[in-house]
Design a protein around this ligand. Sequence first.
Ligand code: SF4
Ligand code: SF4
Length: 372
Amino acid sequence: MDKIFIESLGIELPRLGFGCMRFPVKDEKIDFDKAKSLISYAMEKGLNYFDTAYNYHKEESEKFLGKVLSEYPRESYYLTSKLPIWKIEKEEDAERLFNEQLERCQAEYFDFYFLHAMNSERKKIMDQFHLYDFIARKKEEGKIRYIGFSFHDNEKVLEEMVSQHKWDVVQLQINYWDWHEIDAKSLYDVLAKYKIPCFVMEPVRGGFLSSFAPQVEKHMKDYSSNSIASWALRWVASLPNVAVVLSGMSNMEQLKDNIYTMTNFKSISKEEQNVIDRVIEELKKINPIPCTGCRYCMDCSFGVDIPEVFKVYNNYKKTENKELTYRDYFIYMNQDKRADKCQKCGICISKCPQHIDIPEELEKIHEELVSI
Ligand code: SF4
Ligand code: SF4
């Protein structure tokens, strides 16, 4: 696994980080043995950066990592977690949550600790409860080595965040789709301007950029035998201010493929960029729902499996395979989880970092899927 030296921090990190929100699951819980074997393989190959958070896997991810990583010397891996800002109702909550997270992770300190999923609303909470001062203090106490935040809002809010305080790193959602179709480039430019290393989440956009309809994949497959996902990882890792690229890997095949991609790393060439541009043009025609599968909108009190519905729908748009879509939606998905169970309560909307009008999209999707 290739490493990258981050000059401002004076440390070397693996180019690929392990995102801990998409471990293999069994009966809706982390499949301990399978997930542990992924961690063991990653450690063996030098992929020793792990990015978790309080809420991942219904609050099981930190505990799982704590158990598995406690078998390794603490200095042999990098551990990142994030403060769930939305749970802070008074200043003391930060200390309580932070200590709980250290305990769950069986750790004395975090290598990186972020304010989680910052946006303009959460910035108000950060200011009101002095959360920057809190994490800066923890850094001074040696409980955190590097501080930062992950971010889902616009350029203006990002500029406010980075100009008002000193941050070691910032984590952004960047991939070739968001770069061209949303505002990832302007966010990236802000970090480059302030010379803050950029860690990247969702390089494959929750799997959206890992498979396409055969006629779209053909552009990439004719060029090389590498996986479709590898194009997305290499594209983002080729940006000069990008340090670690995270991938939430769910099985050994993905893990091996990603490690292969990030070993003897080669930046995207001009010719390859032309191939990606052609793929983007094709993808634009299908107008996908911009869901990354992060599950922040869950649980829906009425049982709708929002990310699963969006996944099935986006796969349908990508593949146009009616038979498979019918199977995935009407046979495999429990009817209590389908889009028509949405009661339009609206609670999920503000939780979605991609600002999707979830009830509206669900209604349209169900109408379209019943007619296939
Ligand atoms: S708007 Fe619909 S999908 Fe969202 S939480 Fe309410 S019922 Fe569930
Ligand atoms: S709808 Fe939004 S919050 Fe829910 S999984 Fe998709 S991107 Fe995440």
